[in-house]
Design a protein around this ligand. Sequence first.
Ligand code: RFL
Ligand code: PHB
Length: 389
Amino acid sequence: MRTQVAIVGAGPAGLLLGHLLRSEGIDCVVVERQTGDYVLSRIRAGVLEQVTVGLMERLGLDARMKAEGLPHDGFNLTDGGRLIRIDIAALTGKQVMVYGQTEITRDLMEAAPERGLEVIYEAADVALHDVESDAPFITYSRDGAQHRIDARIIAGCDGFHGPSRQAIPASVGRAFERVYPFGWLGVLADVPPCNHELIYANHERGFALASMRSPTRSRYYIDVPLTEKIEDWSDERVWDELAIRLGPDAAAHITRGPSIEKSIAPLRSFVFEPMRHGSLLLCGDSAHIVPPTGAKGLNLAASDVHYASEALVRFFKANDVDAIPGYPDKALARVWKSERFSWSLTKLMHRFPEDGPFERRMQVAELDYIASSEAARTAIAENYVGLPV
Ligand code: RFL
Ligand code: PHB
């Protein structure tokens, strides 16, 4: 098979890029290791920035998001007794959209056949070849047969563990990494959220987040040491811990119920440079990871795809040979700002095992400053709604 762009991975980055390229008449094929159902079963992001909402609008795939998504004007930070509201609408004139990654992926997946976007699921042993040349190709096996896709460009949208980043020689690439000494234990439950806006809590027992997917579906997180096993966290134990960490006001409104998903995800900051090597572009989690505290991962995947699709349109339709080499700098400038924000909010809202009384006083002072300064709240708000692309 021959195509213009071979896309590895059918997560949000791969599917968004595929749709954007098809809408411009550029040929592409998406190759995914898992089944479609498996991709949809991963419970991940919940908060969309304007860049992500805007791409769905541009594709005309925003009807369900507009009908079922929850626009939010603000979110809250709590520490001990006080609640600091970040009024993002008043401070930036913008909103964020609470609409699950599962739903956005489903919308993109279901629209693929009618938009002529071919997605090959259950492709095993995907390998990238000749990425330094102008004629790269990928190989994979499916149903016992070997397949090959020849392309002009390969887009690596295969997440943190995929093969695309590994196809860049170690002598060319550089990784920047910070691993955190805890993970987030998340639960999804069909119960009404305890608050109409998100609450991020820094409690002496650790971090907690109250989030949601709909008026009847809640998403909660607590941070736990990486040594914890999910089997040791009964639903009751999670609800008890959430009630303590979120504080009495939120606890009074928590509705408990059986979890429909419960898992622990490690936290990491990671950036791989450059995001291009020869004819290979990296987009999304394949090139970078943020801790989820800033709700930035999916949104960064969307902004990468925005820059990559722009570059690919210029390359294929206007024969602009500088477009592809220009992609990494544009994408990375935004990536590093989101890395900084996610890291700083993680440091502000978590109790690190190595921290002592000095670091705690620093957190309290910073929260005092945020509570008292509109300038500080504006800086948080404009990062949270998403910096411009
Ligand atoms: P994905 O979603 O990992 O998709 C990559 C796809 O590539 C496939 N793949 C392969 N395909 C073929 N061959 C191979 N060898 C392959 N290896 C892998 C995979 O099966 C998969 O389908 O990466 P992508 O598209 O870059 O999207 C990134 C986002 O998924 C991620 O950044 C977010 O989920 C992060 N994130 C959040 N982001 C936000 O913007 N807002 C949030 O509120 C938010 N909350 C979260 C999060 C991530 C979390 N976890 C579990 C990591 C909350 C959590 C708990
Ligand atoms: C979520 O709803 O899954 C969510 C919300 C905000 C975050 C992270 C995750 O910062």
